[in-house]
Design a protein around this ligand. Structure first.
Ligand code: 4NP
Length: 144
């Protein structure tokens, strides 16, 4: 699960997907394309909306997406088209490029919908992000 800062959207996506699958069989992680929040806890607004739905993301720490992640993971879900451009810029092979998916394609196929960045907005943005990610992760989890 990849976003820009790895403190708002992708930590929620990681926590939500982990809650829907067998984590002893599937390795789920998140990262940001940017470096600003490496080592940080998730944004307190993401922690709060997670807590509201019984998803604890407080143990997560920010890390930056790394080119090795293309080999480590079978699927790389990006939150928006800007994340997609940044991740694809690091890809070296078609096999790597094919792993990169816009997460909301899971619920709005071929509509090219972004998970909006809630960082500069209010609490309602985090609730909205949560609901989108919950639906998308339900779809993803059905395959595992
Ligand atoms: P995220 O949100 O990509 O959903 O984690 C952001 C968090 C921090 C920043 C941007 C987006 N930032 O510019 O620091």
């Amino acid at each position: 699960m990849v976003c820009l800062g790895n403190i708002c959207r992708s930590p929620l996506a990681e926590g939500i997907l982990k809650s829907k699958i067998d984590t002893s069989k599937v390795h789920v992680d998140s990262a940001g394309t940017g470096h600003w929040h490496v080592g940080d806890t998730p944004d307190k607004r993401s922690i709060a909306v997670g807590k509201k739905y019984n998803i604890d993301i407080t143990q997560q720490r920010g890390r930056q997406f790394n080119v090795k992640d293309f080999d480590e993971f079978d699927l790389i879900y990006v939150m928006d088209n800007s994340n997609k451009d940044d991740v694809l810029a690091l890809a070296k092979t078609d096999a790597h490029r094919q792993k990169v998916k816009l997460i909301l394609d899971e619920i709005f196929p071929d509509e090219n919908v972004d998970v909006p960045d809630p960082y500069f907005g209010g609490d309602s943005g985090f609730e909205n992000v949560y609901k989108m990610l919950d639906e998308a992760c339900t779809q993803i989890a059905q395959r595992f």
